[in-house]
Design a binder for this molecule. Structure first.
Ligand code: ZN
Length: 170
């Protein structure tokens, strides 16, 4: 469905927080709207990145905007789709902000159904003391089996949870 792929971006400003919500596909056609969305942030900048796709041009634009905003604002990445999580790893975007939550691939051990689940690092994941193991919750499948996380989650050890990320005054 073409309509579903359409890019959209919304900005929600409240006291000490600017939430920027991305949807659809981030491409060169998204540049102007993204630049506009990042133009006047206040406080903590929280990106909601549940997007369908991002191409290399879109990643380039996003990286530049992040680099500029990160100089004056703490940044959080939330609801990141699989492709965004990969991009954060590959491009080292964690130097600009903190990964808070992401969609992870799950697989049923009984009927092999695949599913995506939103995992919040602080709420849902347990990292072993030596950082070598990351445990994710199990979910029940409709078939009665268990949905288990079906990808390596060791990257979350680069994003240790914090109790509260209070926005700075600056
Ligand atoms: Zn199942």
């Amino acid at each position: 469905m073409k309509a579903d792929r359409k890019f959209s971006i919304q900005v929600f400003r409240s006291e000490g927080l600017t939430e920027i919500r991305f949807r659809g596909r981030i491409t060169e056609a998204s540049t102007e709207a993204m630049t506009e969305a990042f133009s006047d942030p206040v406080g903590l900048v929280r990106l909601d990145l549940e997007v369908e796709r991002i191409n290399s041009f879109g990643l380039g634009v996003l990286t530049k905007l992040l680099a500029a905003s990160a100089q004056n604002h703490p940044i959080e990445f939330t609801r990141c789709s699989e492709m965004i999580v990969d991009s954060i790893q590959i491009l080292g975007l964690s130097r600009y902000g903190r990964l808070i939550s992401f969609f992870s691939r799950y697989l049923c051990d009984r009927c092999s159904k695949e599913d995506m689940r939103l995992l919040d690092i602080a709420r849902d994941l347990v990292v072993s003391a030596d950082g070598s193991e990351v445990r994710a919750p199990l979910y029940r499948c409709d078939c009665g089996g268990s949905l288990r996380v079906d990808e390596a989650l060791d990257f979350v050890t680069e994003h240790p949870p914090v109790e509260s990320s209070k926005p700075s005054d600056g």
